[in-house]
Design a protein around this ligand. Structure first.
Ligand code: SAM
Length: 295
């Protein structure tokens, strides 16, 4: 289907600007009219993969030339592109799908353009992160996007250990061939009962949301290998407040407090700071004082 977008005046493309344009993550109908107008009105489109983006440009009838800008050539391309912007060309930056720079190339170009005073104009639209998050029913008031976890199991375990006490909802990108291992690592570290959702093939024909606990989701992925394909986002509930492990070094805290406060008061302040029971801290404070006293 070829749909040529009209260009209302307030969509007009201004010379010398870098447009960072979000594109659909599946459904082509999610391209905004403004994004379509920009992709038809700039002098050049930098695309992660020009063949992939050709389909989108054909959909809107854009004949704007494209240039590949990906992780392997971004460094060499940046200076020339910023020169063109400074000479007055309007350039659009897109990635294969979704919002550029989000686990996608473009950061170096935006940084270099900003450093030279080029106006950078975001044209917002789809991103797999919010598309998944807004439909799971997990808390959305605060969340942490963690991108792709490390592929190697040791580094992935360390990354997950660092997130154990995170109370915000967690959003991850994951590849189908790693999802079972990742869910296993998460269940072992975050606890089998944490709520989690697998959001697959968003906005596409076979879009699917599977919500369960980490342990159930692991069982489900193992039982349905045929469903473990395509693109996926994993959304995991945050650590409940009651389960947050204290990271406060209570001995050190008590020692500092005991230097200027009576034992009871030191234990009370330490309990407030660490969330640990006051009685236990009082006993510990007595032990520490005992250890310190010259016999
Ligand atoms: N910049 C993109 C964005 O804003 O959504 C993300 C690019 S990242 C390289 C690609 C990853 O995003 C995929 O591996 C998958 O985890 C997620 N993703 C992209 N499109 C998706 C879709 N339609 N359904 C589910 N996940 C998707």
């Amino acid at each position: 289907m070829c749909e040529v977008y009209p260009v209302p005046e307030d969509f007009a493309v201004e010379p010398g600007r870098l447009y960072v344009v979000a594109t659909p993550i599946g459904h082509l109908g999610d391209l905004s009219p403004r994004a379509g107008a920009v992709l038809s009105g700039v002098s050049l489109i930098c695309a992660e993969d020009t063949r992939t983006s050709q389909r989108l440009l054909a959909h809107i009838g854009s004949k704007v030339p494209m240039r590949a800008l990906h992780d392997h050539n971004e460094r060499e391309q940046v200076a020339g592109l910023v020169d063109r912007l400074l000479q007055g060309d309007a350039i659009a930056l897109i990635s294969d799908a979704g919002t550029p720079l989000v686990s996608d190339p473009g950061f170096r170009l935006v940084r270099a353009a900003r450093a030279q005073g080029v106006q950078v104009v975001p044209v917002p639209g789809p991103s797999a992160i919010l598309t998944a998050l807004c439909a799971t029913g997990l808390p959305t008031d605060r969340f942490a996007f963690e991108g792709f976890l490390p592929a190697k199991s040791g580094a992935r375990g360390q990354a997950l250990d660092a997130l154990r006490n995170e109370q915000r909802t967690l959003v991850f990108f994951e590849a189908p061939h790693r999802i079972v291992a990742t869910l296993g690592d998460m269940a072992a570290r975050f606890g089998a009962d944490r709520p989690a959702w697998l959001a697959r093939e968003l906005t596409k024909r076979f879009e699917q949301f599977v919500g369960a606990t980490l342990a159930d989701l692991l069982d489900w992925t193992e039982a349905h290998p045929e469903a473990i394909r395509g693109e996926m986002v994993l959304v995991v509930g945050g650590c409940p407040l009651a389960a947050v492990e204290s990271t406060v070094d209570v001995d050190r805290l008590l020692m500092l407090l005991l230097a200027s406060l009576p034992t009871k008061q030191a234990a009370r302040v330490a309990a407030d700071v660490s969330g640990q029971p006051r009685n236990a801290l009082y006993q510990r404070a007595l032990e520490l004082k005992q250890d310190q006293s010259p016999d």
